[in-house]
Each structure stands twice: as C-alpha cells, then as structure tokens.
Design a protein around this ligand. Structure first.
Ligand code: SAM
Length: 469
C-alpha cells in the first residue's frame, strides 16, 4: 500500500497510515493468536513492521507483556551482550532563532544567559570531560546561522579531535544540530563526525507546526527529510528520536518505526541509534503544559517494543532519566547512556550558578561518571568507552550487516574490556577499580574463542603497562 522506497519521508510517514495503524492495533490488542505470531516473528530477530510493533505496544495482557519484556531482554543480550556504551553531551551554544515551545533556548526567552563557547573554552570543556574518562561526545547547539553557523560547528569538531590528552584523544564526536543542507552534511562527514543525531520531536505534523511556531524549524517537511539529506551527503550513521510527552506516544512510536523503515528501504541502512528523550522541566518550560506525558511503565514498554522491532539499532537514554528508570530500561534494550552530564554551555568547567537556569533541561541522574561506572558493574554490565567500529570503518551498512549476523559481538566484547581497563587505570576510584578488575577477569573467561581470548589478554597486559592508542 505504502511504498517506502518511492515516497519521500514526509509522504511515507503519513498521518493517515499512522491513524490506520493505531486503529488496527487497538482492534487487535487482545488478539492472542496474532500477538503470539508477532512475538514469534520477533524471536527471529529480524525486526517487525510498524503495524506489528504497534499491536505489541497496544497490548495490555500481563502475560503477553511479560513475554515481550523477556524477549526484549534476550534480544538485548544477543545483540549487545552486557555492554553499555558511555558518552557525554557537550553544549556548544544556546543561541537559537527557533521558537520551540518546549525548549528554553527559544528565541523569546530573554532571561537565560546566551553563551557560545570560544575555541579555548571548547578545549577546557573537553579536557574536563577527558579528565573524567570520556572518549565519546555528542555535541549540541541551538540553531542560529549568525552565532553558530556550520563553520563554527566544524571549527569546534576540528578543535575537539585535535586536543591531545595524556590518556588519548576523543575518539568519536556525534553531532546533534538542526536540520541542514546536503552540502553541510557533506562537510560534517568530511570533518569526521560519528552519528548525526536529529530528534523529530513529533511526527504529528499539525502539532509539530504548533510546537515550532517560528524559525526555520517550523518547516516540517525540511525537518522530516533531514536524514535523507544527511545520507545523501555521505553520513551513513544517523540517529532518530522523538521527544516523548509532546504528542500521543502510540502515534510517535508508529511514526518512528516508519521513519526507520523508510531509511532502510531508501538508503539500505536503518537508523544507527534511536533516542527516547522525555520532556523535562527547564527554565521557563513546565513539562505538565504538554498533555501527553508518559509513566515510567509506559516508557519501559516503549523501550522494549523498540528493542524487538529494530533489534540491530542502538538505543540511547540521557541523564533526563533517573537512576531507577535507567536501571529498568537498560535491561530492556538501551545500549548507550550518558554519564555525569552538564546541559548548560560551559557547564563542565563552571557549574551553573544557583541564580541562573540556562540548562537545556533539568538532569535527573546527577551522579559522577565513577559512580555510574561502578553502578553499571554492580548490575553486571560492562561500561564500554569503545569507538573501534568507527575508527575501523565499521559504519553504516557494514556495521548493520555485522550486527544483524551477530558478528559484532566477537570484537565488541574484548574491545569493551580493553577500554574499561583503560578507564579503571586512568580514572577510577580504588573501589571502582577493584570491582572492575574482577569483572574483567570474569568476562575474559567468557570469551569463547581461545585465540580472541589470548589477544584480549595480551592487550590488557599492554594497557596495564601503560600503552594507550
Ligand atoms: N537545535 C537542534 C535541533 O533543533 O534539533 C539541536 C537540538 S537540542 C540542543 C537537543 C534536543 O533537546 C532537542 O531536539 C529536544 O528534543 C530536546 N529538548 C529540548 N527541550 C527539552 C526539554 N525541555 N526537555 C527534554 N528535552 C528537551
């Protein structure tokens, strides 16, 4: 009926198809036979269509929900093992010409202090992040062609990659900036970015236009087709996301999966990551002003449904979520988390003064990176600072085909152990180091191939002896 290949993203992710999907899901939410067949299909680990996954999301039968959670947990283990990739956001500038009604950077907000990092400040901020142990950053900026044009972003990326830290360089810079042109995406690709991340905010066009009343971001089609332009510009890893709370979650979920289907059909590779932010309080933003806030349980169900529907796509949560929520969704499918984040411009060197409130949103998880790493290991996870795939060209469809065949595990597991070892030696507190060393020892034994185990053990010894790459 809908051909993802011949239609533009905005046409494919149509309001009519989403409404039809929601009606179909509602009609079938107690259809045990159909739900069983969808769960069976999901067990093949080849994903689900937006229609199938929407039925799982609509289903309220406790036993089937439990089956969904068990499957999500198993798929998470199969594709990602017990690794959790760590990253930190870096806010470059809060100058913005848009009028997004949920974001404190909006143009009409006259009482937040506007700030843009100089290159010297970029160096200081990144050094502060490296001093904590971070190797992977996501840079963030408002949209302002005068104050933060693309050349400024490119200069910052260049600065970040050229910083020489005693324990090695930042290895991957992901970029979350406003939708732009193919030419600009090509420049970002040439600058060596990792994933280009852009949240759709909402797939409901009418709401989108109301929530973005002014500025370039008002243009729904331009925003929705950004990932196609990014891929046309040569960026092969793109990250989708919606801001949950703005519109009905079932609507957003169907739209998100249709977007993934569209990318896969047109470009031969689906999204590298999906982010699941929820609207938070921030300066003049009250999240209860949006009627569609979701409970922690629904949030967990969404994460589980994404996990089974697009098993090979990484899932990201930020410090918008509390420790308790993070613990739940990491089990169900989240593969990347931020730690020790500051969401104000310059916040890593100068924490926000009490009387100012220029953070992009309030952070719920305020723990240090050491505390987060310790906590993950207590839960049995391997915090990973690995960026080897990117450095060795395993991106886009190459990464996806390796991931789909389960092969990525053969290199990710030992790589994660090595980067954790670096972290433990270079940054960890004595208590964190102690449990980390024990974890590495145990996990080394879990590497099935003797040859791989030996290589990993040799590399761990080199790291112990002070060798860094
Ligand atoms: N300016 C770029 C754009 O328009 O996409 C980058 C966006 S901003 C730095 C990163 C994301 O923060 C936004 O896409 C939005 O989803 C999220 N955000 C904005 N206000 C928020 C709030 N009050 N609570 C939680 N997340 C918020």
């Amino acid at each position: 009926m809908y051909d993802p290949k011949s239609l533009k993203a905005e046409e494919f992710i149509s309001h009519e198809e989403i409404l039809d999907t929601l009606e179909y899901a509602e009609q079938n939410k107690e259809n045990r036979a159909l739900i069983d067949s969808i769960l069976d299909k999901a067990r093949l680990r080849k994903g689900l269509t937006h229609r199938e996954a929407s039925i799982l999301l609509a289903c309220e039968m406790p036993d089937k929900i439990q089956e969904l959670y068990d499957l999500a947990e198993q798929i998470k283990k199969d594709f990602y093992g017990n690794r959790i990739v760590m990253f930190a956001p870096l806010y470059l500038s809060n100058y913005c010409v848009n009028g997004c009604v949920y974001c404190p950077y909006h143009l009409k907000n006259k009482h937040i202090a506007r700030k843009k990092l100089t290159q010297e400040e970029v160096v200081r901020e990144v050094t502060a992040l490296q001093d904590m142990g971070h190797k992977r950053l996501a840079i963030e900026a408002g949209e302002d062609p005068v104050n933060n044009p693309l050349d400024y972003i490119l200069e910052c990326i260049n600065t970040i990659y050229s910083i020489k830290h005693k324990n090695g360089a930042i290895r991957r810079v992901n970029v979350n900036i406003a939708a732009t042109t193919v030419e600009n995406y090509r420049k970002l690709k040439e600058a060596g970015i990792g994933t280009y991340i852009l949240f759709q905010e909402t797939y409901h066009k009418e709401s989108y236009e109301k929530l973005h009343p002014t500025g370039p971001k008002h243009n729904y089609a331009y925003h929705t087709e950004a990932m196609d332009r990014a891929m046309d510009g040569g960026i092969d890893d793109v990250g989708l996301g919606v801001l949950f709370g703005l519109e009905l979650y079932k609507y957003e979920f169907a739209g998100l999966l249709m977007h993934a289907e569209h990318l896969e059909a047109v470009h031969g590779v689906g999204p590298h990551t999906i982010s699941v932010p929820r609207v938070k309080h921030a300066d003049d933003i009250d999240p209860t002003a949006f009627d569609n806030g979701i409970s922690d349980d629904i949030f967990a169900k969404i994460c589980a449904c994404i996990r089974v529907a697009v098993p090979y796509t990484g899932m990201i949560i930020s410090t918008r979520e509390s420790k308790a929520v993070r613990e739940k969704v990491i089990r169900l499918g989240v593969s990347q988390i931020s730690g020790a984040s500051r969401t104000s411009v310059g916040g890593y060197c100068e924490p926000e003064p009490e009387d100012e409130n220029s953070e992009q949103f309030d952070v719920s998880d305020k723990r240090t990176l050491d505390e987060v790493v310790h906590w993950l290991m207590d839960l049995g996870y391997i915090p990973s600072f690995c960026t080897a795939c990117y450095r060795e060209g395993r991106t886009g469809d190459r990464f996806m085909s390796l991931c789909k065949s389960g092969q990525i595990q053969n290199c990710c597991h030992p790589n994660a152990l090595m980067t954790l070892k670096e972290y433990l030696i270079d940054y960890a507190s004595p208590e964190t180091r102690e449990i980390g060393e024990a974890l590495i020892k145990r996990e080394l034994e879990n590497i099935p191939k003797e040859k791989v185990k030996q290589i990993a053990a040799d590399n761990l010894e080199k790291i112990e002896a002070g060798i860094r790459d």
